[in-house]
Design a protein around this ligand. Structure first.
Ligand SMILES: [Zn+2]
Ligand SMILES: [Zn+2]
Length: 375
């Protein structure tokens, strides 16, 4: 496999030799430029160099803000890229009248920017679940999120400007929509991260965190749902049915529903934590090694679950925000009638990672070729 630096060097060399050839054979600046801008080979070389430059910029940003990637991050990148490429190809068929080189470049940029967003989200999740993260990682992730937000806003204002200038439906609708979604997701991840840091500063005792997180996610889901619908309507009125959006619309709606069910459940368990879970006796504490598996610190008081495992009360509360099974043995924390809800939560948590892949053919009335539609 050719490495990116080598490929970049080759591309640069090829472009430079094309420029050299143009200038040495035409001898004057203007004819040389005409040759460079009309020759097909030069065009391909320049396009290639542009794409390589984008990839190099992407790698630099990734290295600067994230360092080396963890396995889970690489996995997410691979999984999501394919889905995204197919969805973007769909979008391209909708906007094919606007097809141009700059459109292609914008699509490539969008893909790369999106990939950075997935990595940022994954890294924040990792930081939130890892005890004692070094300060440098915090500084890096905060600057990364600020960087992403700036990039989103720049692209968004760019697309909005072209939309306002032309005053007609164009591919700029697509980019405006995509970058609005990206910007709101980054904002929501950032606020969630702030909640996490505040909780950490209060030594994990901030009881309202789950409530605020819930409202944050609810608002962000609502915003996304309305954006998707707006975009759907805009495309429908101007171009036809945006099939590539149906999956995302459905997933956003589903996550919204699961979120509400989860929150109700969480409130039910945590509202009476003191009565629901008995205090561990000092004998029980001695019998176990008195270390809380969630925070790995010693326990002087603890709550006992039905399975007999012991945890700090505040650790248990923050654990319940994410999971409803025992951290040690995975037994359901609330048995019997709530079992169904627990499995639905687990399912919901994995929904983003392992999407069901449905393959079907549809014959678009926009163009006469059959498409393979993955969602
Ligand atoms: Zn603990
Ligand atoms: Zn257990």
């Amino acid at each position: 496999m050719i490495r990116l630096p080598m490929y970049a060097a080759f591309s640069l060399l090829a472009t430079a030799s094309a420029a050299y050839y143009a200038f040495s054979s035409r001898e004057q600046f203007y004819p040389a430029m005409v040759y460079l801008s009309t020759s097909k080979i030069c065009f391909v070389l320049l396009l290639n160099t542009g794409l390589v430059a984008m990839c190099v910029a992407w790698q630099l940003a990734r290295r600067l803000f994230l360092g080396s990637l963890r396995e889970a991050e690489v996995e997410r990148l691979n999984e999501q890229s394919w889905r995204e490429v197919i969805e973007i190809l769909f979008a391209v068929t909708i906007f094919r009248q606007d097809f141009s080189v700059s459109f292609l470049a914008m699509v490539a940029a969008l893909l790369l920017v999106k990939a950075l967003h997935w990595l940022a989200q994954k890294r924040v999740e990792y930081i939130e679940t890892t005890p004692s993260v070094p300060l440098l990682s915090h500084i890096r992730i905060v600057s990364f999120m600020v960087f992403l937000l700036t990039v989103d806003c720049l692209f968004l204002s760019n697309s909005l400007r072209s939309l306002i200038q032309k005053r007609e439906a164009s591919v700029a609708i697509f980019f405006s929509f995509e970058y609005t979604i990206l910007a709101t997701s980054t904002l929501s991840t950032f606020v969630k991260y702030i909640f996490y840091v505040s909780d950490m500063l209060m030594e994990g005792q901030w009881e309202r965190k789950a409530v605020y997180t819930f409202y944050l996610e609810l608002i962000s889901d609502l915003v996304h749902l309305s954006l998707y619908m707006l975009f759907f309507i805009a495309i429908f009125l101007n171009y036809g049915v945006p099939l590539h959006l149906i999956r995302e619309l459905y997933e956003t709606f589903r996550s919204f529903r699961i979120r509400i069910a989860d929150y109700i459940r969480y409130r039910k368990i945590t509202s009476n934590m003191n009565e629901r879970f008995p205090e561990a006796t000092s004998e029980e504490l001695d019998a176990s090694d008195a270390t809380c598996i969630i925070c790995r610190e010693e326990m002087t008081t603890a709550k006992k679950l039905l399975c007999g495992h012991l945890f700090h009360v505040h650790c248990l509360r923050s654990w319940l925000e994410r999971q409803h099974t025992c951290p040690t043995c995975r037994a359901p924390i609330v048995p019997a009638d709530n079992g169904r809800a627990a499995s639905s939560r687990q399912h919901g948590a994995q929904a983003g990672v392992q999407p069901g892949v449905f393959l079907f053919l549809y014959f678009s009335d926009l163009i006469s070729l059959p498409h393979i539609f993955l969602f």
